[in-house]
Structures are given as C-alpha cells and as structure tokens.
Design a protein around this ligand. Structure first.
Ligand SMILES: *Cc1c(COP(=O)(O)O)cnc(C)c1O
Length: 431
C-alpha cells in the first residue's frame, strides 16, 4: 500500500469529518494535505492546489510564512501553554493592547477564547449578565438575523438561522427574535414591539458568510447601531469571518464608522495558523462586572486553552505582517481585479447572482435539485484543475488568502469559471 492509500484507509476507518456526510465519503478519495507554501497546499502525493477558501476562511498571509513560523517556534522554546485563569503572560497582554489599538473606538477590553463559536457565546453571556447585574432583568432576549451563522455550540446555534444546520436542535435552543437582513424598518418594529426585553442584537456586519454570502445594503449596519442606542440594546458584531481585512478594511464595521459593544474575532486572528479567539467589549460593560467576590458579579467562563501563548505569539506576528507588508493597501488592486472579473462571471447564463465584498465572494448558481450536488461537482472539477474551493450548497465561495498575487487570483478565477461550466455539462440532461 502506498502512503496515501494507507492513510486513506485509516481515515475511512477512524475519522468523522465536520460538516460532512460520511456516507459517500468512502466513494471518493479524500485529499491528504501534507504541507503548504504561500497560497498553495500540497497533498501527500505532491499535487499542488490553490487554497481558494483560505483553509476555511482563516488564512491571511499564506501558508508557511517565515514570520509566523518564527513567532511560533520562538514561543515554543519558552513555554507552550500556561493558563489565563489567575495568571497572565506577555503575549496575551501585548496582543490585547495591540487589538485595542486597531479596534474601533470604545472597545477597551479583550476576553480570550479559542474559536469563533466561543467568541460569540461569550458575547451573548456577557450581554445577558451585564443587563441582569444592572437590574435590567427583563432584557433576556436576543435579536439575530435570518440566515445568521455564529458557530456550532448550542448558544451560538440558538442565534443561528440556517435551517439545514440548526433546525434539528430547536428543542434545545433558547428563543430568539429574527430580523430580516438589510431591513432597518423591520428592526425598528422588532425593537419597539419588544421594548425593554432585548439584551442584544447579534449580527455579522456587512456580509453574512455561511448563510451564502448575503451582502447587506449600505447603511444598514449604521442604522442598526442607531436603533440599538435608541432602545438601550447592546450590539454584538461577529467579525469572525469579516475581520482581518476580508472585506477590504481591517474590520468590516469600519466601513460604516460603527463601534459595536462587542466584537467577536477568531479565524484570521492568527493568520489562520492556530486556534485563538477574542471577544472585545467596552469599559462600560467591563465595569458592570466589577464588585466584591461575594457579590457574584464575576464572569464565570473560561476555556482551558484560552489565550494560549503560542497562538498569541503568532497573532502578534500576524499584526506585524499587516503593518510591515501593508496588507490592506496591497489588497486594493486585487479587489479591483476581482470585481472586474466577477462582473463578467455574473453574466454567465448559469450564474443567478454574484455577491461580494472585498475578498469574500459568493457565486450563486441558483436552484438545482440537491441530489445533483452541483456545488460539490464544481469542487471536484476545481480540484482536478488544481484549486481547492468549497461551496455553500449551490453558492460557490471564493475566499483566497489576502496574500494571493494578481496572477494567482486570475488562475483561481479561470479555474472557477471552467469548473462551473464543466460541472453543469456533467449534469444528467433532463429527459
Ligand atoms: C466560522 C464562523 C464562526 C464560528 O467559528 P469557529 O471557529 O468555527 O467556531 C462564527 N461566526 C462567524 C461569522 C463565522 O464565519
């Protein structure tokens, strides 16, 4: 047996993959990724693939980046892990200061965890507890967007709105109020109808990623911020996907000059290297938790690997690269190129809509029989042509690392167009 065949055999026997129907997994040979270099991933057989989804939306500066590698190794030689419960360490401390420096005005405190889901859970729990401790005890409800995605743990699923992922768990979830993305008048009605009952609005600012790259109309985020202020409601902006340059600015909220009460960060925070997350909040929220231990105002939440030192060291190096390589500035011509090409792709007869903001792209192929698995076919075709992409049902997602060159971006788009055409040609023709 070759190495790859042996590994595939072990995978089939012992592994259960996330967001994957395992029945059928064995019918295709899974790719075993062994190493990465820049925007490319290499499998155990040495085949090269352009990482078109940034290893699930998190890689920023490319794989095997010398600065990030060095930061991890440097920290590794000191200590791999030490707890944040009752102790601190230089990396977490410096990173908190650096995050606050670049975050929107008003955000002053950093609470660490290790995934986007936990970053969202923490914001929800903090918002709830904050109102309780102020005596505003009727504020127990949350407003979330239709088609929202904030992670896979029960609390973050409660504020989710994607039926395919979330409907099964309904009996386990807390009730939420659903807002129509982009409709400020409906948000106003919702907050008025539930005056004094809402703890917070949680939303993915500008673009709802997992919901299929739903792009909000300009001004919506700003309007939601104003409505929250008018109704005494806290605003949680989940920047797990949009943060760290994805939409063309460091954070999406910058586009509309909005300062949320909570900002959730994960995915790109370590440049896509290691699991780390942060929930940023204001001094006002922070002060709402101060008191003598006996008052019970402590925020009783913390994960074992919270603020892991190696992850923090890499996150600091990630911010150094943003500064030294002027990542955001260098991104602008690539966004222009991308927008030009996407305008062409939108004209393809098989494409119903192209939605994008910065380097966050959804190419919607419209309604097709789910059994035909059109999105999956496009993925397979792209793989044969040397690119890795992953669809959201029939929406083809492109989220390459920000470090992608214009030539590599052109390759990715060419492969994407060819793959859509080939996948459609592979469909059984209607009788
Ligand atoms: C991916 C994502 C999450 C969940 O992050 P995990 O690290 O996978 O738990 C939460 N919110 C948004 C907007 C995301 O895109």
């Amino acid at each position: 047996m070759t190495d790859a065949a042996h590994l595939n055999d072990l995978d089939q026997q012992f592994v259960w993959h996330p967001f994957t129907q395992q029945q059928g997994w064995s019918e295709e040979t899974p790719l075993m990724i062994e190493r990465g270099e820049g925007v490319y991933l290499y499998d155990v057989d040495g085949n090269r693939y352009l990482d078109g989804t940034s290893s699930l939306w998190c890689n920023v500066h490319g794989h095997h980046h010398p600065v990030l590698d060095a930061a991890a190794k440097f920290q590794f030689d000191k200590v791999a892990h030490s707890t944040m419960l009752g102790l601190s360490h230089p990396g977490a401390t410096e990173l908190a200061a650096r995050l606050i420096e670049i975050a929107p005005e008003g955000l002053r405190r950093v609470f660490y965890s290790d995934s986007g889901s936990t970053a969202a859970e923490i914001a929800l729990k903090m918002a709830f507890q904050y109102h309780q401790q102020r005596g505003d005890t009727a504020r127990t409800r949350f407003v979330r967007m239709r088609e929202a995605y904030h992670g896979d743990t029960i609390g973050s699923v409660s504020v989710g709105g994607i039926d395919l992922f979330h409907a099964t768990y309904k009996p386990l979830l807390f009730e939420t109020l659903a807002a129509e993305p982009g409709d400020a008048a409906q948000m106003e009605q919702l907050l008025s109808a539930h005056e004094g009952e809402v703890a917070a609005v949680i939303m993915e600012p500008l673009v709802q990623g997992a919901g299929g790259m739903i792009v909000h109309p300009e001004g919506y985020l700003r309007a939601v911020r104003e409505l929250c202020d008018q109704h005494g409601v806290l605003l949680i902006c989940d920047e797990v996907a949009t943060g760290f340059g994805r939409t063309g600015t460091m954070f999406a909220v910058e586009r509309e000059g909005v300062s949320p009460d909570f900002m959730c960060l994960a995915k790109g925070i370590t440049g896509g290297y290691l699991p780390l997350a942060a929930t940023l909040t204001t001094e006002a929220v922070y002060e709402g938790f101060l008191g003598a231990p006996a008052e019970g105002k402590t925020f009783f939440h913390g994960h074992t690997y919270t603020g892991n030192p190696i992850a923090c060291a890499v996150a600091l190096a990630n911010l150094d690269i943003f500064r030294d390589e002027r990542t955001i500035e260098a991104l602008q011509p690539k966004i222009e190129l991308l927008d030009r090409r996407l305008a062409e792709i939108a004209e393809m007869p098989s494409v119903t809509e192209v939605r994008s903001r910065g380097v966050m792209v959804g190419i919607d192929l419209g309604e097709h029989d789910p059994e035909l698995r059109l999105g999956h076919r496009v993925t397979r075709e792209a793989r044969e042509r040397g690119a890795m992409i992953r669809p959201l049902s029939e929406v083809i997602v492109l989220m390459p690392p920000l470090a992608i060159s214009e030539a590599e971006l052109t390759d990715l788009l060419d492969i994407c167009v060819e793959s859509i055409t080939a996948a459609l040609a592979s469909l059984p023709t209607a009788a």
